[in-house]
Ligand binder design. Structure first.
Ligand code: AMP
Length: 316
């Protein structure tokens, strides 16, 4: 962590990037780190970059860079592999630092701070700020708290640890943030999304071994007035259903002309299978972009087989 502090001190221009498909953990980490650098090193130019996510615009505003000085530092957050970095060419930078909590995929930075036992990248940033004794402002605390809450699904996932609670407890004590007031911004949603959720629950399919799945076409999205990102927002809500150990939503994404797959498990690890289909993620929360619904059928079969083997081994 001290090595990262040294690099931050060294460079006059620092760009903070993260993965495509911005989520609160990636955004919260970007904005909190940027604010700290601005506060401590006001002469440095600091940019938080990547495509914005309309839903999370309340967390902060992203920057555009037209021309990057070759002697700049890139800090890539929450991104285990190069192909997932949003809008950045790492060859444009003098040095690259990776800070991430995903399982390791590839080395692309000279300093890689990876903790795949951390609940979120925001947790690692929070630990970094504490270790290096940087003061955390209320707005930094808000962004870090939101990132941790979103990535742990309100402290539900099993990579939520006593360390997570210790860090969050200290954060709340130190900054006195009114954390319950943040949930409105994070969780408020239009009624169209609730009706769409009702449709998903009514129409979900179940394989013999317990893989729940649904395929959402563009026509369905239009009918409900939602987009494919809505599926990603509600996938976690299907947890703890007796008959379901793996669940996956497939939804057509008009922008990329691909099928988004949001995959979750509370049985076998699914990230290797997700990688096989060109995606990736965490052991129990993964995603992929597929070419067609036919490919989705293959993934369903493979997930079912994975679950069958898991149930055999675990005598369930
Ligand atoms: P999601 O279902 O979009 O919330 O994603 C769950 C996890 O899978 C996150 O950690 C993502 O970083 C990862 N993930 C999602 N989509 C992809 C993809 N196309 N390629 C690699 N990882 C992905």
């Amino acid at each position: 962590m001290k090595g990262i502090k040294k690099r931050i001190k060294k460079y006059d221009t620092i760009v903070i990037a993260r993965h495509i498909g911005a989520d609160p953990d990636a955004l919260g980490a970007q904005f909190a780190l940027k604010e700290m650098i601005n506060n401590y090193y006001p002469k440095k130019k600091v940019y938080a970059v990547g495509s914005p996510a309309y839903r999370f615009r309340f967390m902060g505003t992203l920057d555009r860079i037209d021309d990057i000085d070759k002697n700049s530092l890139l800090i890539a957050l929450d991104t285990p592999d190069l192909k997932r970095i949003d809008g950045i060419n790492i060859d444009d930078y003098a040095e690259v630092i990776k800070i991430d909590h995903h399982p390791f995929i590839e080395k692309y930075a000279s300093i890689e701070l990876i903790d795949d036992t951390a609940s979120s990248t925001c947790q690692i940033i929070l630990e970094f700020l504490n270790t290096c004794r940087y003061k955390i402002t209320k707005s930094m605390a808000k962004n870090l708290y939101l990132g941790i809450v979103a990535d742990t699904n309100r402290f539900l996932h099993d990579y939520t640890t006593s360390k997570t609670f210790d860090l969050v407890s200290k954060l709340i004590k130190d900054t006195n943030i009114d954390f319950t007031s943040f949930y409105k911004e994070l969780y408020n949603r239009p009624i169209s999304e609730v009706k769409f959720q009702g449709y998903i629950y009514q129409n979900i399919n179940l394989t013999d071994n317990g893989v729940a799945y649904i395929k959402i076409t563009d026509d369905m999205l239009k009918e409900f007035g939602v987009d494919s990102a809505s599926c990603g927002n509600m996938i976690n809500d299907l947890n703890y259903v007796n008959e379901v150990l793996i669940w996956v939503f497939f939804s057509y994404d008009v922008k990329s002309n691909l099928i988004r797959a949001n995959i979750r498990s509370r049985g076998p690890a699914i990230n290797e299978l997700a990688s096989f289909y060109g995606g990736g993620g965490h052991k129990f929360a993964s995603g992929a972009r597929l070419q067609s619904f036919e490919q989705a059928d293959n993934l369903i079969k493979d997930l079912d087989l994975l679950l069958e083997n898991y149930l055999d081994v675990n005598n369930e």
